[in-house]
Design a protein around this ligand. Structure first.
Ligand SMILES: NC(=O)c1ccc[n+]([C@@H]2O[C@H](COP(=O)([O-])OP(=O)(O)OC[C@H]3O[C@@H](n4cnc5c(N)ncnc54)[C@H](OP(=O)(O)O)[C@@H]3O)[C@@H](O)[C@H]2O)c1
Length: 312
C-alpha cells in the first residue's frame, strides 16, 4: 500500500493520478481508513511530526522534493531508504531559471536598466560569453543539466563538487582545499548544492570577496536556486551595498515567505523570485514514483536513494 502525506500541495490530485497509474495497487491518503502496518511506501512533502507513526512495514520513503534536507531533520524518520525526485522536467525548469539569470548578469542588466531609468546613453560592451566564467557549485543532477545548457551559449564553465568530476568543457574543482581557487576565477557564481551541515551558509561575505573582480563591470554576481540555508542574507545586503557583488538572483531565502521587513526587497540589484525556480510536475512525478514502486515490487533495486551519511 502507498500512503500519501503531502503538505502545501494538492494531495488529492496526486492521489487520483497515482491511483490511476498504479491500479490495482492500493493508494491511500491520511484521512482514509487503513491499517498503518500495511503501508509499504510513504510519499512525503513537508511531513508532520506524526507522519511515520505505526508504519512498521515500510519499504521506502519517497520524497516529492529533489532536496531532502528538511526531511532528514524529521525526528521520527524511519530507517527505510529515502528515494528523492530526479526528473528531466524538473531539471529543465531549474536550468531555465539558471540560464535566464546567468545571461541577465552577463549582459549587465542592472547597469543598462539604471541607465534607462536615468535616460543616460552610455555605450559599454559586456565581455563575450567565452570571456565570462560561470562557476557552478554542485555538479549533481541539476548542476550537470545547467552545464549542458550553458555550454552551447559559449560560457567558460567551472564546477565545484565534493568529489572530483571530469566533464568535458568544464574545469572541475573539488573539496574545501580548492574552493578559493574555484571562486578566484568565477564571475557569476551559481549555487546548486544540497543543504548539509558542510554547505550551510556557504554564500557569505568571505565567499563573495574571493570571486573574480575586473571581468564583469561592476563586480561578480551570484545566483542561488538551491536552499535559503546556503545564504547569509545580511552578508548579501552588505556585499551588494559596498560593491563586493554587482547583483544577486535569489529564488530561496533563510525564512520563506521572505518577510516584508527584509532589506533585500528594496535592493534594485537583488532579483527575488518566491521559490519557483523549479516545481515537481505531477505528470512526471506520477510516472517516476509509479515506476519506482512497480519496479521495487518486482524485486528490482530502488534508484536515486539518499546517502544519509552524506546528507544528500
Ligand atoms: N529552488 C528550487 O525550486 C529547487 C528545486 C529542486 C532542487 N533544489 C535544490 O537543488 C539541490 C541540488 O539538487 P541535485 O539534484 O543536483 O543534487 P545532487 O544530484 O545530489 O548533487 C549534489 C552536488 O553537490 C555536491 N556537494 C554536496 N556536498 C558538497 C560539499 N560539501 N562540497 C562540495 N560539493 C558538494 C555533490 O558532490 P559529489 O558529486 O561529489 O557528490 C554533487 O555534485 C537540491 O538538494 C535542492 O536543495 C531547489
Amino acid at each position: 500500500m502507498l500512503l500519501l502525506h503531502l503538505s502545501d500541495v494538492d494531495e488529492a490530485d496526486w492521489a487520483a493520478k497515482l491511483k490511476a497509474e498504479l491500479a490495482p495497487y492500493p493508494v491511500v491518503q491520511r484521512g482514509d481508513a487503513f491499517d498503518p502496518a500495511e503501508v509499504r511506501y510513504i510519499f512525503v512533502w513537508k511531513p508532520k511530526p506524526d507522519a511515520f507513526e505505526g508504519l512498521t512495514g515500510l519499504k521506502a520513503v519517497l520524497s516529492l522534493g529533489a532536496g531532502v534536507d528538511a526531511l532528514l531533520k524529521h525526528p521520527d524518520l524511519p530507517d527505510a531508504p529515502i528515494v528523492r525526485f530526479v526528473d528531466k522536467d524538473l531539471s529543465q525548469r531549474m536550468s531555465d531559471y539558471v540560464v535566464a539569470h546567468v545571461t541577465m548578469h552577463h549582459r549587465l542588466y542592472s547597469r543598462f536598466r539604471a541607465d534607462q531609468q536615468a535616460k543616460r546613453w552610455s555605450q559599454f560592451y559586456p565581455p563575450s560569453a567565452s570571456e565570462t566564467t560561470v562557476g557552478i557549485m554542485g555538479m549533481g543532477v541539476l548542476g550537470q543539466d545547467a552545464v549542458s545548457r550553458l555550454k552551447p551559449l559559449g560560457f567558460d564553465l567551472r564546477s565545484w563538487s565534493r568529489t572530483p568530476k571530469a566533464i568535458e568543457g568544464v574545469e572541475g574543482f573539488a573539496g574545501q582545499a580548492l574552493f578559493g581557487e574555484f571562486l578566484g576565477g568565477t564571475d557569476i557564481l551559481v549555487n546548486l548544492l544540497p543543504l548539509t551541515p558542510e554547505t550551510a551558509g556557504i554564500l557569505n561575505y568571505e565567499t563573495f570577496s574571493k570571486l573574480r573582480r575586473g571581468q564583469l563591470a561592476g563586480g561578480p554576481a551570484i545566483v542561488n536556486a538551491a536552499r535559503g540555508g546556503h545564504q547569509r542574507e545580511a552578508d548579501i545586503v552588505k556585499a551588494l551595498g559596498d560593491g563586493t557583488l554587482a547583483a544577486a538572483s535569489l529564488d530561496v531565502f533563510e525564512v520563506e515567505p521572505l518577510p516584508e521587513s527584509s532589506p533585500l526587497w528594496e535592493i534594485e540589484t537583488c532579483y527575488i523570485t518566491p521559490h519557483i525556480a523549479a516545481i515537481s510536475d505531477p505528470a512526471s512525478g506520477v510516472r517516476y514514483f509509479g515506476g519506482i514502486i512497480r519496479a521495487h515490487e518486482e524485486g528490482k533495486p530502488l534508484i536515486n536513494v539518499v546517502d544519509r551519511s552524506r546528507g544528500y
